[in-house]
Design a protein around this ligand. Sequence first.
Ligand code: PRX
Length: 629
Amino acid sequence: MDLQSFHRESIEDREGFWAEQANLIHWHKPFERVLDYSNPPFTRWFVGGETNLCYNAIDRHLASQADKPALIYVSTETGEERTYSFAQLHQEVMSMAAIMLEQGVGRGDRVLLYMPMIPEAVFAMYACARIGAIHSVVFGGFASHSLASRIDDATPRMIVSADAGSRAGKVVPYKHLLDEAIELAGNKPQKVLMVDRGLAPMRRIHGRDLDYAQLRDRHRQAQVPVTWLESNEISYTLYTSGTTGKPKGVQRDVGGYAVALAASMKHIYCGNPGETYFSSSDIGWVVGHSYIVYGPLLAGMATIVYEGTPVRPDAGILWKLVEQYKVTVMFSAPTAIRVLKKQDPAYLSAHDTSSLRALFLAGEPLDEPTARWISEGLGRPIIDNYWQTETGWPILTVAHGVEKTPTRLGSPGMPMYGYDVRLLHEQTGEEVGANEKGVVAIVPPLPPGCMQTVWGDDKRFVDTYFSSIPGRMVYSTFDWGVRDDDGYYFILGRTDDVINVAGHRLGTREIEESISSHAAVAECAVVGVADQLKGQVAVAFAVLKDPAPYEASQTRLALEGEVMKVVDQQLGAIARPARVHFVTLLPKTRSGKVLRRAIQALCERRDPGDLTTIEDPSALEQVRAALAG
Ligand code: PRX
């Protein structure tokens, strides 16, 4: 079947289409209804059906491939390399589940994970899935304030963490950040399960902190049966940034997610049982959830959990792993490829990558030069795919499991089955024509696998995602896009205050709040500025309460360093602005709204556009002067 007909069928006969896809997973109890859309925009898939993500990803494969690799752990940071078969992974997950159960974690309880890329993180996610607990993984690169706000929102019964991560050969201790975050949080977890990697010393809190190795020993042979969950129970929440300073807990179901991932593994990623999948993402991001942890194993593939960078010990490490483990499907981010582009291209051909059927790239725009460089250097197909934390799997790409549609440089492709994608005029809500810029929107119901709601805040779900386009209840992606005459889409950047730094999604508002917490700062504006390597970097403009003490350039420079340190400590190094400029006035409209787009344009040496609403034009002059200085 061609992709267009496949797509049309998925929209015209949603129930028939998804009922068929649902056969890709095991149902303990069959569903009664495929789709319940009686309370728009809330969508319930496979109502009444009972299943379990852990069962489908692990137990189901025990009969045919118990001794085949399931989880391949490679750390170029510590030199560890270990393979767990499906049977071994099954046991590790049951032991972890037994530890959780013993500590009183049950169905519907939240377990927050603050973990580096180690197998125990995957055990903990699957242990939650097995017993019906809701995991909430917080990226290990976040610092105490970010962590505290997520603890407060998720109110976890238990936190699972480790002594440290390691990045580019440097140990990054976690425990003091975790202790600080728990100190800051209003809701304190009762138990903290610590994996001690022996990388950094830890202060233990008696009665609260538990030692994983000790407990695992005790539960080494634990048998923990699967808890069958109704399809619409919650599998996890994952926090993501938006326009406000408060991150949203993207909430996902069980059955819809399992079906969506299994279908994507078949139609989009084309992975087969017994093969190896390698995603260089992190479990703290949605790509890690969908395509390190759950997707590959649902398809009966082995998954590589990689702790390390793309350039250590040398820039050939990713391809070395492809060769060594005969990886057939690989997933990475454009930013990783741009890092490699600065290295000797000989690394691309130093290893045999012929096992690779395709390299998928996502998370940020894939610029044409980078796409061309990697596709020519590697000689393997490169497939761009566009999606979001909210959707859990691709919105736009090509589906070579359905039809070998050619890819087009600079375009992530076409709408995937299940997504009724439209390009709408920002103000009128009308559909725009080919080659016209519009907001990428999805007409609900959203397909299986997409977010159910914002954790604990249904109103915010509706207000944020379904209320931004006038007169139409459609899901906004908050991305600009354009479609060419042949139906290929191109993504042109965000319509809101979200920025993308090296594939990491950050809210400028969060960074602004952090900078404003510095005693000398009165107010500030943060914008994302185009960067050759990282895609975007954050640049800040701050107004000081009293500029007098900071007149000398030396003291200003010191203050800039101090402000950056505040962001480092509160949010983590990834959120640190590349520059903090000091001005006495921010460009604002007469109603007091900061003109971020104008500031951003100046930073990128573009025309700032329509400035008729500006209150004081001299504010823009200050931005110009700061940039020139
Ligand atoms: O702006 C789009 C950009 O990343 C945003 C979603 O980021 P996140 O929630 O972290 O999910 C990443 C899942 C891959 C989008 O709103 N984005 C993601 N993929 C692409 C992209 N922009 C252009 N091309 C892409 N392929």
